[in-house]
Design a protein around this ligand. Structure first.
Ligand code: ADP
Ligand code: TRP
Length: 332
């Protein structure tokens, strides 16, 4: 039997190159493998735990959906929906809440990090924490368990959440009998953590991102902003320590990568290297950027795809929720 593979991205900013390399690209590669049934979604209710301006929330949500589609997700082969369009997830969220101990949530790292910082700043430990943020791992468990997920491809920071989903599933199964599949996470060890403009991990939180669908001129400008050292062109440079080279590798053909490596080793000017980086990145992004623009100008096309996806998801979630509720004793 095929294993269900499921992942979501929350709409809290514009999709950047790090999201593509670290999450979307590997997920799209797994989606075409024979052994998996892929389920990918826009985790909009998770995004809501960060209070965002309505206009931004709307545009980030559509932006994520459009990005997946523009970069190659095939909705015929992947169940693709908005989390908020599948109400059974939220019913399950409540059921799972009643099985999850508060202590488990106290130990969840996103909450714990905020509480620790608050303590250090001598503020109340719960300062700035809303209940959505606190319960975040339970909603994520509902996302995962609702679809009998076998594998969850995620970044390292999400491992604990998948473990929490497993713990909750085990508690349920012990109490009410075998019901949920215990999920495993899948970390792409070989996937680079893509550096941002300042050399730190590319992340919305550091404001150092290259939004993947930036217009050509903006893309060139952002690439020119990538921090480099002040070595003159003729001095040999270590390709493996360079943000420019790391980014180049992700978009260039093998022969181009080799040639760039040689140029680094014999000496290349940063302006020249950045020009070549722009060339390969733009070559790859040209078509997806057009498709993305088209989709964003026609949000009803995105709505239609997501609605169809939600209908397919609900073909599973409606009967499964009934089964779950029957086991608990809601009906005879
Ligand atoms: P951000 O750090 O910008 O807030 P998210 O936490 O929303 O990004 O990440 C969404 C997905 O993109 C996750 O699966 C995460 O592992 C991946 N990701 C984010 N930034 C990078 C990066 N710089 N390199 C590789 N993967 C990344
Ligand atoms: N918490 C994930 C993140 O921040 C997003 C997410 C929500 C998710 N529900 C999920 C990921 C279920 C995998 C499976 O990246």
């Amino acid at each position: 039997m095929k294993k269900t593979i499921l992942t979501g991205i929350k709409p809290t900013g514009q999709i950047h190159l790090g999201n593509y390399i670290g999450a979307i690209k590997p997920a799209l590669e797994l989606a075409v493998e024979e052994d998996y049934s892929p389920i990918y979604f826009v985790a909009d209710y998770h995004g809501l735990t960060k209070t965002i301006d309505s206009e931004d929330f709307r545009s980030f949500s559509y932006g994520i959906a459009a990005a997946w589609l523009a970069l190659g997700l095939n909705p015929e082969k992947t169940i693709f929906y908005r989390q908020s369009d599948v109400p059974e997830i939220f019913e399950l969220n409540w059921i799972l809440s009643c099985l999850a101990s508060k202590g488990l949530m106290n130990r969840a790292h996103a909450y714990k990090a905020i509480a620790d910082n608050n303590r250090k700043a001598q503020k109340d430990k719960d300062y700035g924490v809303n209940m959505g943020l606190y319960n975040y791992p339970i909603l994520m468990a509902a996302d995962i368990l609702m679809f009998r997920t076998g594998i969850v491809p995620v970044g390292k920071d999400q491992i604990q959440h998948v473990e929490i989903a497993r713990d909750i599933a085990e508690s349920f199964n012990r109490k009410y009998g075998e019901t949920f599949v215990l999920p495993d996470y899948n970390i792409q060890e070989d996937t680079a953590v893509l550096p941002g403009l300042d050399g730190r991990k590319m992340s919305k939180s550091y404001h150092n991102t290259i939004p993947i669908f930036s217009e050509q001129a903006k893309l060139r400008k952002l690439i020119n902003k990538i921090k480099t050292d002040s070595l003159p062109p003729e001095v040999p440079k270590d390709p493996d320590k360079s943000t420019i080279f790391m980014l180049y590798k992700e978009f260039a053909l093998p022969a181009e990568v080799e040639s760039m490596r040689q140029q680094f080793l014999t000496g290349v000017g940063w302006g020249e290297a950045k020009g070549q980086l722009f060339h390969v990145m733009n070559r790859f992004l040209e078509q997806p950027r057009e498709r993305y623009k088209e989709l964003m100008e026609n949000p009803e096309t995105i709505d239609k795809v997501l609605k169809e996806g939600a209908d397919k998801a609900r073909e599973m979630s409606v009967p499964f929720l009934k089964e779950i509720k029957r086991k608990i004793g809601f009906y005879s």
